[in-house]
Design a protein around this ligand. Structure first.
Ligand code: ATP
Length: 511
């Protein structure tokens, strides 16, 4: 597929207010797209690029290049060129990127150049595009739009679904059904300030303990049990006690969602770091198990006996969960059936207080009528925690002084921008234990991209959870805000930088 076709469609879609026409334009484009082109075309139409970042500064995008007379650039060629630009690193990288960019622009017509420059500058971003693209895709292959939407939810990406549908037709939707052994991205939660705010937003809801462990999705097929993390990494071999527990459930076929924790001798949960260390280690699993036995606590049931429950309401999924999972392995919950009932609300607040006393992190409230929104931070799950934390990305670190000489200490923290870049929000060395200092020094040096003065810049990959007292204005930082009393709570090795908190979220705290 030619870039010119995408550029033209993009312009026409943006230029019409009619939903029907947008969908028809997109359907027309998909009918002529090769399956392999589809994932790239979809990101371009939404104003994004699969590489996320190219490292090109806006100045380099403003330099004029003589255009080609006729369109000849294919979408794949552009994709490869951007891969090349994103891969340039080291000394003189910016010049190298600009050279490659100019070669790319030189092969583009004036219209294609305008499209590329606006695409790379992030000016074409269209949040609603994916919804139209789902319908356009469904129309192009003659599939049911709801079926395509479900497939995207289960498959995790519109690009992957588009590729399958264009290659194999509407029947390919079957490949994206939830299945035992085929994990789906977990549903995530939004944040509310307190229980009342959450209940106001949700209406009738369940209030559950928020356990501070590692999210697990457990697939049971007879004696065959597989365990996945929230990033869908398989960890079955590292958690034999979960496998044994799952074999003892009241069903032979199920997909369960829950948290794995390590109850201490007093029944209180051991710290998150210990659970994360245990789940992260493949070494001598039997010994690790003897030292720190894990238990699963399930809070959702996504499928049972071959029945897919993703679209069923929370109340029904919980009833099914209670049928197959015995009490100690099920999350504790209370229900607010009528949000207007003051006594029920008081019970919910007491439940949240008790959850904290028991050593848990807070509560998660879930709208009783809501479906399971795989891979989404849906509006129907809301977490309430007493301490505000953000998951930020380490951008650089400074060598420590005094007792911390020889250790990388002061961390430069960044929040994610919509275009995949990171905005620095401030620095902190608070909350770092000696163990963490040693660990982060080693990890950060592996990620180093060079240093200046006492600062080591790193690839933005490590996610760290930071507690703070507030967000305040500061002209020193690019978004004009910084965190008050930021302190490290822990590293979140279970998260990628793409899952870190966004500048938007931080600015919402400022408001
Ligand atoms: N009862 C519960 N229901 C849903 N999630 C729970 C529950 N108890 C603990 N959790 C955990 O809380 C997480 C939901 O919070 P969120 O989606 O914001 O993830 P997160 O960004 O990792 O947040 P946090 O750092 O607050 O755990 C889930 O991923 C899960 O690991």
């Amino acid at each position: 597929m030619l870039l010119a076709d995408v550029a033209r469609t993009s312009e026409r879609v943006a230029g019409t207010a009619s939903r029907t026409e947008k969908v028809a334009l997109l359907a027309g484009l998909f009918r002529t797209a090769g399956p392999g082109d589809a994932p790239i075309v979809i990101t371009y139409l939404a104003g994004r690029i699969p590489q996320r970042r190219t490292g090109l500064g806006w100045r380099s995008l403003a330099q004029p290049v003589p255009p080609a007379a006729e369109p000849s650039l294919s979408v794949r060629e552009v994709h490869r060129a951007l891969d090349g630009i994103a891969a340039v690193s080291g000394k003189g990288a910016q010049a190298g990127r600009v050279r490659r960019l100019q070669a790319l622009l030189g092969a583009a017509t004036a219209a294609e150049q305008r499209f590329l420059v606006r695409l790379l500058a992030g000016e074409l971003r269209q949040g609603a595009l994916d919804a139209f693209a789902v319908e356009g895709l469904a129309a192009a292959v003659g599939a049911d739009p709801d079926g395509v939407r479900r497939a995207v939810m289960v498959g995790g990406s519109l690009g992957a679904v588009a590729e399958a549908l264009l290659a194999r037709g509407g029947g390919a939707l079957e490949e994206f059904r939830l299945g035992v052994g085929r994990p789906v991205l977990p549903m995530l939660a939004r944040t509310a300030k307190d229980v009342d705010e959450a209940v106001d937003g949700l209406g009738p809801c369940a209030v559950e303990e928020k356990l501070d462990g590692i999210r697990v999705q457990v697939h049971v097929d007879g004696a065959d049990v597989r365990v996945f993390t929230r990033t869908l990494e398989e960890i079955t071999d590292r958690v034999p006690e979960l496998v044994e527990a799952a074999r003892g459930l009241g069903t032979a076929r199920a997909v369960l969602d829950g948290e794995v924790i390590a109850p201490g001798p007093d029944g209180r949960p051991r710290p998150f770091q210990e659970v994360a260390g245990r789940v992260g280690s493949r070494l001598d699993v039997e010994r690790a198990r003897a030292e720190l036995p894990l238990s699963p606590v399930f809070f959702d049931l996504l499928s049972v006996d071959g029945r897919d429950l993703l679209e069923r309401p929370v109340a029904e999924r919980h009833a099914e969960l209670a049928r197959v999972v015995p009490e100690p392995m099920r999350v504790r919950r209370t229900v607010v059936s009528d949000p207007g009932d003051a006594a029920a609300r008081a019970r919910a607040r007491d439940f949240a207080a008790l959850a904290l006393e028991r050593g848990h992190e807070g509560v998660v409230l879930k709208a009783l009528g809501s479906a399971y929104a795989a891979g989404r931070r849906g509006a129907s799950w809301v977490k309430v925690k007493p301490v505000h934390t953000l998951d930020l990305v380490v951008l650089a670190a400074e060598w420590g002084h005094g007792r911390r000489t020889g250790r990388l200490s002061n961390l430069h923290l960044g929040a994610r921008r919509a275009d995949g870049s990171f905005a620095m929000l401030g620095k902190t060395f608070k909350g770092l234990t000696d163990t963490l200092l040693a660990w982060q020094t080693e990890r950060l040096l592996e990620l180093s991209t060079g240093g200046e003065g006492g600062t080591v810049a790193v690839r933005p990959e490590l996610v760290v959870e930071v507690a703070f007292d507030g967000v305040q204005r500061s002209p020193r930082y690019p978004e004009g805000v910084t965190l008050r009393f930021a302190r490290v709570v822990r590293y979140r090795e279970d998260k990628t930088a793409a899952e870190a908190d966004t500048v938007e979220t931080v600015l919402a705290f400022a408001r």
